[in-house]
Write a protein that binds this ligand. Structure first.
Ligand SMILES: NC(=O)c1ccc[n+]([C@@H]2O[C@H](COP(=O)([O-])OP(=O)(O)OC[C@H]3O[C@@H](n4cnc5c(N)ncnc54)[C@H](OP(=O)(O)O)[C@@H]3O)[C@@H](O)[C@H]2O)c1
Length: 321
C-alpha cells in the first residue's frame, strides 16, 4: 500500500480546482499515528487555502483538511496511548481530505461515546478552538455573558452549547431568522440579527468570540463590560479597524487574537488534553451535541466547498469516504 487518494488543490481558485487524485501514502514519523480516515470536515480556513491565501505551515501535508475521524492503522515510535484498531478523531495542521493521514499522537482523541465515528470528524476543530479561546485565553466564568458572533457557524454552534453547559449566559448573532431560531434551540439566551440590528446597542458581554475582525473592533470593545475580554479568531470582514484605546483602558479590557493551526504540537497537545478532560464528558453526557448540516462524499469535496461558500449551512459539513 504505497499510494492513496487525496483531494489535491491543482492551482489556487474556485471549488473546481479540488481534484481527487492518487498521491504517495503518508508514513507515520516518530510520535505520529497513521489514521485510516473515515470522515473529515470542511472549515472556513479550507476555502482560504484553496484560494491560495492560507498555505499549510511548513512541514505539514499540502492537502486541505484540519480534522478527521477514523481508525489507527499504525503507530510510529514513541506514540503514547494509541494502538492499531483504536477509533479516533484528530486535530490536524492539514491533510484530512485523504484516505490516510499521519498526525502527532498529542492531537488525537478517542471517538466520544454516544457519537458516531462520522459525526466525530467535525468535533476536534470546533471543540479545540472554542475551548482554547473562550475558556483558556478569555477564562469565561460561570454567570458571565458570552457574545458569540456567527452563532450558527461550526464554531458558533459549539461555543453556544459549551458556554451554556458551563453556566454562562450566551448571546449569539446571525443573519437570518432560521439561524437565529437554531441558536436559541442550542441554548442561546438572546439573539441579535446583525442585518437589522446593531449588537453594540443591544448587548454587553464579559467575553466576545469574534469572527468578523476589523469592522467590528470598535463596536466589540464598546460592548465589553469592565474587565471584558475580546478574542478575535476570524477576519471575515477584514484585518484593519479603529480602536479607541481610551475605551479599552477605562474598561480594563483586553483584545486577543489567535490561530490554532500554526501552534506548536506541544501547545496543541495541551489544548487537546483540555478538550478531552472538559468537553468530551459533556458530549458523552449529551449536554453538547455535534451539529451537522450535511454529509458529502470526500471525492466530491468541491460540492462541500460550494455549500460552505453559499453560507446557508448551520453547523458542520462533513466529508465521508
Ligand atoms: N483562529 C482560529 O484558530 C480559528 C479556528 C477555527 C475557525 N476560525 C474562524 O472562525 C470562523 C467560523 O469558522 P467556521 O468554519 O465555523 O465557519 P462557517 O461555518 O462557514 O461560518 C461562518 C459564519 O459567519 C457568519 N457571518 C458572516 N458575517 C457575519 C456577521 N457580520 N456577523 C455575524 N456572523 C456573520 C455566517 O452566518 P450568517 O449567515 O449569519 O452571516 C456563518 O455562519 C471563521 O472566520 C474561521 O476562519 C478561526
Amino acid at each position: 500500500m504505497d499510494h492513496m487518494r487525496a483531494i489535491v488543490i491543482t492551482e489556487p481558485g474556485g471549488p473546481e480546482v479540488l481534484s481527487w487524485r492518487e498521491v504517495p501514502d503518508p508514513r507515520p514519523a516518530r510520535g505520529e499515528v497513521l489514521i485510516e480516515v473515515t470522515a473529515s470536515a470542511v472549515n472556513r480556513a479550507d476555502l482560504l487555502q484553496r484560494k491560495g491565501f492560507y498555505d499549510p505551515p511548513p512541514g505539514t501535508s499540502p492537502y486541505p483538511g484540519l480534522e478527521v475521524s477514523g481508525v489507527v492503522a499504525e503507530a510510529g515510535p514513541d506514540v503514547l496511548g494509541f494502538e492499531p484498531g483504536d477509533r479516533v478523531c484528530a486535530l490536524l495542521a492539514g491533510g484530512g481530505y485523504a484516505e490516510r493521514v499521519a498526525v502527532p499522537w498529542q492531537q488525537v482523541l478517542p471517538v466520544p461515546n454516544g457519537v458516531s465515528e462520522i459525526e466525530s470528524a467535525g468535533l476536534p476543530e470546533v471543540a479545540c478552538t472554542v475551548w482554547s479561546n473562550v475558556f483558556m485565553t478569555a477564562r469565561l466564568r460561570k454567570g458571565e455573558t458570552l457574545l458569540v458572533h456567527g452563532g450558527a457557524s461550526g464554531i458558533g454552534t459549539m461555543a453556544i452549547q459549551l458556554a451554556k453547559a458551563y453556566g454562562s449566559r450566551v448571546v449569539a448573532t446571525a443573519g437570518s431568522p432560521e439561524k437565529l431560531a437554531r441558536c436559541l434551540e442550542l441554548g442561546a439566551d438572546e439573539v441579535v440579527n446583525y442585518r437589522t440590528e446593531d449588537f453594540a446597542e443591544k448587548v454587553t458581554a464579559d467575553v466576545i468570540l469574534d469572527i468578523i475582525g476589523g469592522p467590528y473592533l470598535e463596536r466589540n470593545v464598546a460592548a465589553l463590560n469592565s474587565g471584558g475580554r475580546l478574542v478575535v479568531i476570524g477576519l471575515q470582514g477584514g484585518t484593519r479597524g479603529q480602536l479607541n484605546l481610551g475605551a479599552l483602558l477605562a474598561k480594563r479590557a483586553s483584545v486577543h487574537g489567535t490561530t490554532l493551526r500554526a501552534r506548536p504540537v506541544d501547545e496543541k497537545g495541551v489544548i487537546v488534553r483540555g478538550v478531552k478532560d472538559n468537553v468530551w464528558p459533556l458530549i458523552e453526557a449529551g449536554a453538547v451535541r455535534p451539529v451537522v448540516e450535511a454529509t458529502v462524499p470526500l471525492a466530491e469535496a468541491a460540492e462541500a466547498h460550494r455549500l460552505l461558500e453559499n453560507g446557508q449551512h448551520i453547523g458542520k459539513i462533513l466529508l465521508v469516504r
